[in-house]
Each structure stands twice: as structure tokens, then as C-alpha cells.
Design a protein around this ligand. Structure first.
Ligand code: ADP
Ligand code: ADP
Length: 229
């Protein structure tokens, strides 16, 4: 589902963030990337939807080489890729329903269809009763669930998670991870996540890779990492 080939990225100033990364994530897999701060994890994740354009290498998602697509087709391809963040990135001035509806509005989905889809998505993440609330009135875990609903609005095949539980307490972390695992299994969603928390890897990842100085050192079953921490 995700095929990264020889990705290189050097930032202005000469920092080599990605130094020849190869990675294949199968459909329906939950893959975790761990590594120290500054290792390149965020850059790697952001190249998968081309928020960050690599200097060289290819990014294929669902068989399509995103690096080769013209702008309009890249926008369409991005509907197949959802993303969630450490600080949720919800719009504070909009209701939960409006936040979840945003990608549908941007994709040109008509108002009547949006309403039904938003209700379905809120149901999926267990927040059917929060449609008219504002994010400020929700707990951290509820906010992340709104963000997950928004990320899934356009029915993506792939969900990218950038430290999605790092701002949450341990109990809420487990709740959000279990939701992600549940969505992975029910929808066949492929998940690529980055984290600095080995507990996250242990709970939901099928495979894990260690990123160090822009190189992906291992990519194997989680048990391998536990044996060689
Ligand atoms: P991680 O997510 O593992 O902490 P990042 O991908 O954020 O790592 O960063 C990798 C390296 O690239 C770091 O040295 C960071 O300082 C540098 N970096 C990240 N973004 C930029 C940027 N926009 N401009 C310059 N350097 C950057
Ligand atoms: P607008 O479409 O004017 O931005 P809102 O901000 O109220 O309207 O709602 C944004 C989206 O959320 C709309 O697509 C709307 O259909 C949907 N929506 C609003 N309230 C609900 C609700 N209670 N249940 C499901 N969807 C809702």
C-alpha cells in the first residue's frame, strides 16, 4: 500500500533528514517508526503525502507514484491519505460536525451528503452526541477522536499518525490506540505511525522500524525490537 524507495531529503542549512529510506507497508498493516528526536520521523511521515517533497526517491501509495503526479491529481490522491497530529489541529471556532465535514467540503461533496457522512463518522468514533459541541469543551481523547473522524472523511486507504497520543495521559492513550486498531481491522485501514513511545508500538504495531540520522535501520516484527531494545 505504501512503497518508499530511496528517499532523500536535505533541508536548507544542510541537515540531511532522510538519507536513502526504503520502506514497504502492506495493505491493512500497522507500521510504527520509532527513533530519537531529530531522527527524521516527522519528515518521513510528511513525505508520504508529499507535504514534504523529497529531493529524490519515489513515494507510491496504492500503486500510484505521487512524486510524478501533477498538482490536481496529487490533490485527488491525497483524499486517499488521512493524517492525525499530536495537537489534533482542530479549528477552534467550528463545531465538531463542521471540523469533520471540512475535508468533504473541500472535496466538493454536496451539503446533503455531507450531513449523512458526518453523522456516520461521528458514530464510528463514538461521538454521535457531540456534533454541535466546540472542541474546547471536549477532553483530549475526544478531540483526537474528532480528528480521526475528520481524517477518515474521504474514506482513505492510509492513515498517517504523527505522535497522535503524545499529548494524552496513559489511560486516554490506550483508548485512542484501541480505536485505531479497531478501525484498522474494521475498515482494513493501513496505518503508518511515528512515536517515541515503545508502549504504542507494543500495543498496536504489526511491524516496526527504527529511524536514526535519516536511515531506517530495521523493519521487522515488534518482538524483534523488544528482544534488542
Ligand atoms: P523527528 O520527527 O524524528 O524529530 P524531523 O523530521 O522533525 O525529526 O527532523 C529531522 C531533522 O531535520 C532535524 O535535524 C530537524 O532539525 C531538521 N528539520 C526538520 N524540519 C526542518 C526544516 N523545515 N528546516 C530545516 N531543518 C529541518
Ligand atoms: P455549514 O455547512 O454552514 O458549515 P455547520 O458548520 O453547522 O454548517 O455544519 C458543518 C457540516 O456538519 C455540515 O455539512 C452539516 O451538514 C454537518 N452537520 C451539522 N450538524 C450536524 C449534526 N448534528 N449531525 C451530523 N452532521 C451535522
Amino acid at each position: 500500500m505504501i512503497e518508499l524507495h530511496q528517499l532523500r531529503k536535505t533541508y536548507a542549512g544542510g541537515v540531511v533528514a532522510l538519507d536513502g529510506v526504503d520502506l514497504t507497508v502492506a495493505a491493512g498493516e500497522v507500521f510504527g517508526v520509532v527513533g530519537r528526536s531529530g531522527a527524521g520521523k516527522s519528515t518521513l511521515l510528511r513525505t508520504v503525502n508529499l507535504l514534504e517533497r523529497p529531493d529524490s526517491g519515489t513515494v507510491r501509495v496504492a500503486g500510484q507514484d505521487l512524486t510524478a503526479l501533477p498538482a490536481a491529481r496529487l490533490r485527488a490522491a491525497r483524499h486517499r491519505i488521512g493524517m492525525i497530529f499530536q495537537h489534533f489541529n482542530l479549528l477552534r471556532g467550528r463545531t465538531v460536525a463542521a471540523n469533520v465535514a471540512l475535508p468533504l467540503t473541500l472535496a466538493g461533496v454536496a451539503r446533503a451528503q455531507r450531513r449523512g457522512r458526518v453523522a456516520e463518522l461521528l458514530d464510528l468514533v463514538g461521538l454521535a452526541d457531540k456534533a454541535t459541541e466546540y472542541p474546547a469543551r471536549l477532553s483530549g481523547g475526544q478531540r483526537q477522536r474528532v480528528a480521526i473522524a475528520r481524517a477518515l472523511a474521504t474514506r482513505p486507504d492510509v492513515l498517517l499518525s504523527d505522535e497522535a497520543t503524545s499529548a494524552l495521559d496513559p489511560y486516554t492513550t490506550v483508548e485512542v490506540l484501541d480505536l485505531l486498531r479497531d478501525l484498522n481491522q474494521r475498515l482494513g485501514l493501513t496505518v503508518l505511525l511515528i512515536t517515541h513511545d515503545l508502549g504504542v508500538v507494543d500495543r498496536i504495531c504489526d511491524r516496526v522500524g527504527v529511524l536514526s540520522e535519516g536511515r531506517l535501520l530495521e523493519a521487522g516484527p515488534v518482538a524483534d525490537l523488544a528482544a534488542n531494545p
